[in-house]
Ligand binder design. Structure first.
Ligand code: PHE
Length: 454
């Protein structure tokens, strides 16, 4: 078997991990969930969860990956070879990304479609009502979204087929800064629209009487989702991180940039949603209904300007989504390669096949399969809800229990301080270990418990 690949530098690690973290979760999912789950109260719970639960969990996944040097399916088994439980439970880490990837690339396809639509004359003359109609016609028409889903997934699979260094790293480095700048420009513009301030207060003025266990479950699920934890992606990337790397610093950078990015995306979308009179709880279509409106206003009278900015924006969204999709695909590919001794290209084909078919079903659930419900939800909603609100939390719980209670404390410390080389990390280790050992598992369990009882 070929030797394991490694990321080439500190910057590459951060960029690849941030590339995995920053994606549709920030731009598409965060604003629409915040809209559905009551705005600022949700945002507050999300920030809290990210700092105290998700970040330690993120670091834990890198530790498991780097120490085991294994794919996510087998990583915990490698570190606890005597336990059948830890040997087998890793299968979750391969199944979850497959589920997420299937519907993720449907939304990636929508973004691709909107990038193309942005270049079509007439797209920006529409009123907010018209923009919504264009969107619902699009998602319910069976063929167009399916074709876009398959194109999006296909390109992502091709990137993965080129390997860790050549494909994933280079790809991430170029596009993230572009996206960052664009989102800031849009946020500034969005806030300046008449009536936009209502959107800003909706996002940042919490009403604590509305804080329920359900809000926390959604916020924590979103936080896990956004940082790509609870499903093997970071374990897999962690296994490519070199021994000399200071993983505490890399994690902090990734976590903070992801959080800032989500808040910026919220600021770009929500004020415009209020300015346009769109219902904040409109669901998964929120950005596709509000962003074209923002751009139409921005370039009012100059359709070319609207077209250029909008195309650039959706291009950046597509690429950010791809760097995340790539990390989802890599989990399954790394496992298939090591377990069945497949070549990278063959493993990629399998993933394309499985996620392609499941994604087609998810896409159809906005049209012909709309009446097919599981647990009261359409297939798309069920995949999204079951993975983020149940499976990610479950896997996250297992990971923190593993690092906090199964691995030896000395080994965990060794990873964080690089066998004592990073003196500054000793004090932080104490805080980290306490969070991982006690705060994280208890918080996840409590939220899980109340959410299901309530
Ligand atoms: N974190 C990615 C996003 O925010 C999605 C993702 C989830 C990627 C899980 C990998 C693993 O879009």
């Amino acid at each position: 078997m070929a030797p394991r690949e490694n990321f080439s530098s500190r910057l590459s690690v951060i960029v690849a991990m941030a590339g995995s973290a920053i994606g549709l979760g920030n731009i598409w999912r965060f604003p629409y969930l915040a809209g559905e789950q009551g705005g600022a109260t949700f945002v507050f719970a999300y920030i809290l969860a990210t700092l105290f639960i998700t970040l330690p969990l993120f670091l834990s996944e890198i530790i498991i990956g780097r120490r085991s040097r294994s794919n996510a399916r087998d990583a915990m088994g490698v570190l606890a070879p005597k336990s059948r439980f830890w040997k087998n439970i890793g299968i979750l880490a391969v199944l979850i990304p497959i589920i997420i990837n299937s519907y993720y690339s449907v939304i990636g396809g929508w973004s691709l479609d909107y990038m193309i639509k942005s270049m079509t004359p007439g797209f920006f003359h529409a009123s907010p009502g018209e923009v919504s109609r264009v969107f619902s016609d699009f998602i319910s028409s069976p063929w167009e979204p399916i074709a876009m889903h398959l194109v999006f997934l296909g390109i992502s699979v091709l990137v993965v087929a080129r390997g860790v260094k050549t494909g994933i790293e280079k790809f991430s480095k170029i596009i993230l800064p572009v996206l960052f700048v664009l989102v800031i420009v849009i946020a500034v513009y969005s806030i300046s629209l008449p009536g936009a301030m209502a959107g800003v207060s909706y996002l940042f003025k919490p009403d604590f009487s509305k804080l329920t266990p359900e809000t926390f479950a959604y916020a924590m699920g979103q936080s896990f989702y956004s940082l790509s934890v609870g499903m093997g992606a970071i374990i897999t990337y962690g296994s490519y991180v070199r021994k000399e790397e200071n993983i505490m610093v890399s994690s902090a950078w990734t976590g903070i940039s992801d959080l800032v990015f989500a808040l910026l995306a919220g600021l770009a979308i929500m004020p415009a949603v209020f300015a346009a009179g769109i219902e904040p709880g409109s669901g998964p279509g929120l950005i596709f209904q509000s962003v074209p409106y923002i751009f139409a206003e921005m370039g009012s009278g100059v359709p070319l300007l609207s077209a250029v900015i909008s195309t650039l924006f959706f291009l950046a969204v597509v690429v950010a989504a791809m760097t995340s999709c790539v990390s989802l695909i890599e989990v399954g590919v790394a496992w298939l390669m090591e377990r069945f001794n497949l070549r990278r290209s063959a493993a990629c084909k399998w993933i394309f096949l499985v996620c392609g078919v499941l994604g087609v079903l998810c896409s159809l659930s906005f049209g012909p399969l709309n009446d097919l419900h599981i647990a009261g939800r359409t297939l798309f909603d069920f995949f999204d809800w079951a993975s983020s609100n149940i499976l990610l939390l479950l896997m996250g719980l297992l990971v923190v229990i593993f690092v906090g209670h199964v691995m030896k404390k000395a080994d965990v410390r060794d990873e964080i301080t690089n066998s004592g080389g990073f003196k500054g990390n000793f004090r932080l280790f104490g805080i980290f270990y306490f969070l991982v050992r006690w705060v994280c598992p208890v918080a996840v369990l409590v939220i899980f418990f109340f959410n299901f009882l309530g």
